[in-house]
Write a protein that binds this ligand. Structure first.
Ligand code: FAD
Length: 297
């Protein structure tokens, strides 16, 4: 059972994962709406395109966010339930979801190719690392297929026995696809994209966020998108602590940098050397991007 997409309004369907998609239904406003709203604050002023770009970039840099709320986008999405569970935590959107109380659950479950089973990350308890060897993955994928089939059979048996859809669904796996209409303003969408396009987000939701960002938002509001990439998505945040250590490293005072890092609790030793420390690891990534390699001990 699946919704009839042929009668739904909207444009091009961007495929995501094996059976998911993001489809642009509607937009309100564009780059010029951001500028128009901002000029209420700053007066009529200049109106050339290059100056519009400068204004949008200024707003983004300075987190003057309300002009971005003048733009809205409505998407139709098809997402496995586990990714949707993360997605729906973003409370600033308007949502209407396919009802598996009213209709039969969508008969599609996200399948994992043999080469795509990721191992548990050692450094991030929430994350994953490299992929398992394809040979081990083949067994996992075939067991996944068996599980999907059994879950679907049990679900259909319950329906055939007259069990209510709202109860029959309870053992469907989290890989089952759901569909929703999702409407959000551009400010809150950028917040969603900053969190969900980030490396720390789970691969599956990142796939959706990347399509929304790079395929839809980049074309809809190109100037705002460019500003978002430059000043948020690919920008680096330096804490006060980061700046202290970086300034010492830049001044060639490596041992003072280590002392500062110790005073911040980044460096603790055990018998095997340095104990893992998340803030220190995050700092090392930023330092490497700046061409700095701290030698802590
Ligand atoms: C990598 C990652 C790991 C995560 N891990 C976990 C986890 O382990 N467990 C877990 O439960 N969640 C987890 N989350 C979800 C996370 O805590 C947020 O719930 C989710 O990202 C939505 O963010 P948000 O609240 O900022 O967004 P939105 O709900 O879109 O809200 C946007 C902004 O509006 C404001 N806002 C909205 N509603 C309220 C409100 N009621 N009160 C005050 N301000 C409000 C806040 O400023 C908020 O930042 C994780 C998220 C990410 C990206």
């Amino acid at each position: 059972m699946s919704p009839d997409h042929s009668t739904m309004p909207g444009g091009y369907l961007h495929k995501v994962l094996d059976d998911g998609f993001v489809r642009l239904v509607d937009t309100m406003g564009d780059d010029s709406s951001i500028v128009q709203a901002a000029r209420i604050s700053y007066g009529a002023g200049t109106k050339r395109v290059s100056e519009d770009r400068g204004l949008i970039r200024y707003l983004m840099r300075n987190r003057h966010s309300t002009p971005f709320e003048m733009c809205e986008v409505k998407l139709h999405v098809r997402v496995p339930m586990d990714a949707w569970r993360q997605w729906i935590r973003h409370r600033t959107a308007n949502v209407n979801e396919y009802s598996t109380r009213y209709s039969e659950a969508i008969d599609a479950k996200q399948k994992t190719p043999a080469e795509s089973w990721r191992v548990q990350s050692r450094s991030n308890k929430q994350g994953s690392g490299d992929c398992l060897a394809t040979d081990s993955g083949k067994l996992l994928s075939s067991r996944e297929a068996e599980l999907h089939q059994l879950a679907e059979e049990v679900y259909q048996e319950r329906l055939a026995a007259g069990v209510a859809r709202e109860q029959a669904r309870k053992d469907l796996p989290l890989s089952t696809y759901t569909e929703a209409y999702w409407k959000i303003d551009l400010h809150n969408l950028f917040h969603f994209l900053a969190l969900r396009m980030d490396d720390h987000a789970q691969h599956e939701i990142r796939a959706y966020a990347s399509v929304i960002g790079r395929e839809i938002v980049a074309k809809w509001v190109p100037i705002a998108w460019e500003a978002f990439v430059d000043y948020r998505l690919e920008a680096m945040h330096l804490s006060r602590l980061d700046q202290v250590v970086i300034n010492l490293l830049l001044a060639g005072q490596a041992s003072d940098a280590t002392e500062a890092a110790k005073s911040f609790g980044w460096i603790m030793e055990d018998g095997d050397g340095l104990k893992p420390n998340r803030e220190r690891s995050e700092f090392e990534i930023k330092a490497a991007a700046l061409g700095l390699t701290p030698t802590w001990l």
